[in-house]
Design a protein around this ligand. Structure first.
Ligand code: SAH
Ligand code: SF4
Ligand code: F3S
Length: 449
């Protein structure tokens, strides 16, 4: 390792999509650092621009092509010195199409091939050889992205850590099984090494990532076993995981929520819809009753657990009665927060060719009704915190002098007055008020009697 020499090349990475892309972008920066690339926060003047893309909905994909249009002009001004790479899920799904539609793109690299970046960049500079890699090789990816994890560089007091990648569920609307490949779990030894490296650099909270994170299975056992091993690492006081599938929520993981203090009482458990007919057409592999029963079991294990979810409105064939069933399910669960989407028709997925595609205006109207309900639940959940004392992980300076900010166990943003030296500490904060996007409160540290 040669960290002493200053970066000689400028690297700009723009990240779209989910948290796994955020993680992957950091790993790409790690791979390129030894080649002399240092991160910059704007594309102007960069030697290499990487767009780490998302394919999940039509809008996400369109953004990439419009951004490439802008970069093309910028590249021309540099006389072609600036290299442009497209990474991520659009690269995987439409790599050849990107190279054809936008000749300014120098290389295309799918999510499983980031370890090949140095070689692809070299080829792009020499203008010889293949500059498109869409291999599915998760093992090689993780092995070569930083010696199995131990070289991971932290950036703050919280961190993402990918433990599982890919999806075998094939929900009929979703591109992820095609862009991220089959389910793959990293060996626990590599994950623990990466987590230890993070903890040694001051990270207190780790969010374990996977497209189906609770399908995790390795030499250590399942996700519950991995969480227990991670919780034993000194300094790692908080664990979260996302995204879990209701079908993979096993008894061991539910039990971990009951007795593992490090596991935060906030769970993202997408259900997508409340109508059994639609759930079947979505190929979710569970009905509404099973989901509600699962929520009960988790809440019995951990009564203060709060839930968030993902919902799709306007799936092909969704009637008003089906949509009503989604509203009923949301009423029954009472979410702390949720992400809601209009169904987007994705090429190559089974649902794209289903009859009964729903009108955009109907989708928009349903989305608004669902959002109203969820926003009411979110506000109610936040309002309940006022007057309570929450353990807040301080992770940043506030916007105003003397102010600091952090996250509650429920991932709520919390502002308070306090010294900067508390960054990295978990402190009790008495919640005083509810703002539009954050809670505010005061340090609640008892004076010794
Ligand atoms: N299990 C994945 C889910 C990725 S997609 C993960 O690791 O996060 C995130 C959410 O996008 C899904 O839960 C779903 O609600 C939504 N989504 C996926 N495909 C969609 C489509 N074609 N149209 C609208 N929303 C979609
Ligand atoms: Fe997509 Fe379904 Fe897999 Fe989630 S579980 S990534 S929604 S196919
Ligand atoms: Fe998007 Fe790929 Fe993540 S499609 S949501 S970047 S897995």
């Amino acid at each position: 390792m040669d960290d002493a020499s200053p970066p000689s090349r400028r690297l700009y990475i723009k990240t779209y999509g989910c948290q796994m892309n955020v993680y992957d972008s950091e790993r790409m920066a790690d791979v390129l650092r030894p080649l002399g690339y240092g991160l910059t926060d704007r594309p102007e003047g960069a030697d290499l621009v990487v767009l780490n893309t998302c394919h999940i909905r039509e809008r996400a994909t369109e953004k990439v092509f419009s951004e490439l249009g802008k970069l093309k002009a910028m590249k021309a001004e540099t006389g072609g010195r600036m290299k442009i790479a497209v990474a991520g899920c659009v690269a995987q799904a439409e790599g050849a199409e990107i190279m054809r539609r936008q000749p300014a793109v120098d290389l295309v690299v799918g999510p499983q091939a980031y370890h090949q970046l140095p070689e692809l960049i070299a080829r792009a500079h020499r203008s010889d050889g293949e500059v498109l890699s869409a291999d599915f090789a998760p093992e090689a990816k993780f092995d070569s992205l930083g010696a199995g994890g131990a070289e991971r560089q932290a950036n703050g007091v919280t961190a993402f850590l990918t433990v599982q990648e890919g999806c075998d569920k094939f929900c009929s609307f979703c591109v992820v099984p095609y862009t991220r490949g089959p389910e793959f779990s990293r060996p626990a030894a590599a994950i623990l090494a990466e987590a230890r490296a993070l903890a040694e650099q001051g990270v207190r909270e780790v969010t374990l990532l996977g497209q189906n994170v609770n399908a995790y299975a390795s030499e250590i056992g399942g996700l519950a076993d991995l969480c227990r091993a991670l919780a034993a690492i000194p300094g790692l006081d908080r664990l979260r995981y996302t995204t879990s599938h209701p079908r993979d929520m096993d008894d061991a993981l539910i039990a971990a929520h009951a007795d593992l203090e490090a596991l935060m009482p906030y769970l993202h458990l997408p259900v997508q819809a409340g109508s059994d007919r639609i759930l079947r057409a979505m190929n979710r592999g569970h009905d509404a009753k099973t989901y509600l029963a699962l929520v009960d079991r988790i809440r019995n294990a951990r009564p203060d657990l709060a839930l968030s979810g993902d919902f799709i409105v306007g799936f092909p064939g969704e009637t008003e009665a089906d949509f009503q069933a989604t509203l009923d399910l949301v009423e029954a669960v009472n979410y702390a927060s949720a992400f809601t989407f209009k169904y987007s028709r994705r090429p190559g997925t089974p649902a794209a060719s289903l009859p009964g595609q729903v009108d955009e205006a109907v989708k928009a109207e349903r989305l608004e009704r669902l959002n109203t309900l969820i926003e009411r639940q979110r506000q109610a959940f936040n309002a309940v915190q006022v007057g309570k004392t929450l353990q807040v992980l301080i992770d940043r300076k506030g916007r105003h002098k003397g102010q600091i900010g952090g996250r509650s166990p429920y991932l709520q943003a919390v502002h308070l007055d306090g010294p900067e030296r508390l960054i990295g500490q978990i402190v009790p904060v008495k919640i005083a008020a509810l703002g539009p996007n954050a809670l505010s409160g005061n340090l609640d540290i008892l004076e010794p009697a």
